[in-house]
Design a protein around this ligand. Structure first.
Ligand code: SAM
Length: 281
């Protein structure tokens, strides 16, 4: 870490008697080059509204504010609000909201505008944050986030690989994912135990039909991966998905051209969509 940036951040945090909290996944960034690389990856322009999840001490927020029309930064830790008031004092286009991202209605914060989501995410809630943004149909153009390396690989995973699961399928359904670069632990304060990666999720233009059928497709996907070691016919029967009997599920698998003994990890997104249609019959 560049010594001078690190010292400046530590000095502000110490003055506000701030102590890093593990429970909030607080691992901060200060290296200017990395902050710029994240903003570049997000393709932030002056017509964009950026939602930043967890601004921390505001280092990434400031870089985003220099490029965007406005930044809405949502931070759960009230101890960081006076820190942000100080570090972002000269950034007129930033609004800091002290709230839990999982409880905020983001649609109320933005109207008809181009929105990009950018964050060095708190790793303990990466999946609910990403699934929430995708499934609530929040109108973002892209999401660019730092996540644990393994989670980035799960998001990009394809059928048949060990990392493949409900998260990979949700990411594929709604977006085009691309891991932009990897980041080692020493780039954070304090250092996390895991490696990290910045991933970009570009929103796809979904048809109305894709949007409408999503809840049903994901009911099937979740039931299948909740018991990923079992055959599809067993996993879906145990979950009694759509109230279907074992025979009906076996019939739907056959109609979709899938073997009853196949496991969830072998099915592509198209297989799950076809199977859902057959199950609804
Ligand atoms: N953006 C800063 C940076 O890169 O230096 C901090 C990133 S740190 C990995 C994650 C941030 O998310 C912390 O500031 C933490 O307090 C905040 N956070 C954790 N849980 C949150 C939640 N549920 N809602 C909003 N912010 C949260």
């Amino acid at each position: 870490m560049a010594d001078q940036d690190y010292r400046r951040m530590q000095e502000v945090l110490a003055r506000h008697d701030f102590h890093f909290k593990k429970k909030y996944g607080q691992n901060f960034l200060t290296r200017p080059q990395l902050l710029n690389d994240i903003a570049d990856g997000a393709k932030v322009t002056e017509s964009d509204t950026v939602i930043e999840i967890g601004p921390g001490a505001g280092t990434l927020t400031r870089v985003l504010a220099e490029r965007a029309k406005r930044v809405i930064a949502i931070e759960i830790d009230e101890k960081l609000i006076p820190v942000l008031d100080e570090t972002l004092a000269d950034c007129d286009n930033v609004t800091v909201i002290n709230a839990d991202i999982l409880k905020v209605d983001l649609d109320e914060l933005v109207s008809d505008e181009s929105v990009k989501v950018v964050a060095n995410l708190p790793y303990y809630i990466t999946t609910p944050i990403i699934m929430g943004l995708l499934e609530k149909n929040f109108p973002f153009e892209n999401i660019t986030v730092m996540v644990q390396k393994e989670v980035a690989e799960r998001m990009e995973a394809v059928a048949g690989s060990k990392d493949y699961g409900a998260l990979s399928l949700a990411v594929e359904y709604y977006t085009r994912p691309q891991i932009l670069f990897y980041v080692p632990p020493e780039y954070f304060v304090p250092r996390p135990k895991v490696g990290s990666a910045v991933i970009s999720l570009e929103k796809k233009d979904l048809t109305d039909q894709m949007r409408e059928q999503a809840p049903e497709v994901f009911t099937v996907i979740r039931a299948a991966f909740n018991q990923r070691r079992k055959s599809m016919v067993n996993a879906l029967s145990n979950a009694a998905v759509f109230g279907a009997s074992r025979e009906e599920i076996a019939g739907a698998l056959e109609a979709a051209g899938l073997e009853a003994g196949i496991r969830a990890e072998k099915l592509t997104l198209d297989d799950f969509i076809r199977l859902t249609e057959c199950l609804k019959g």
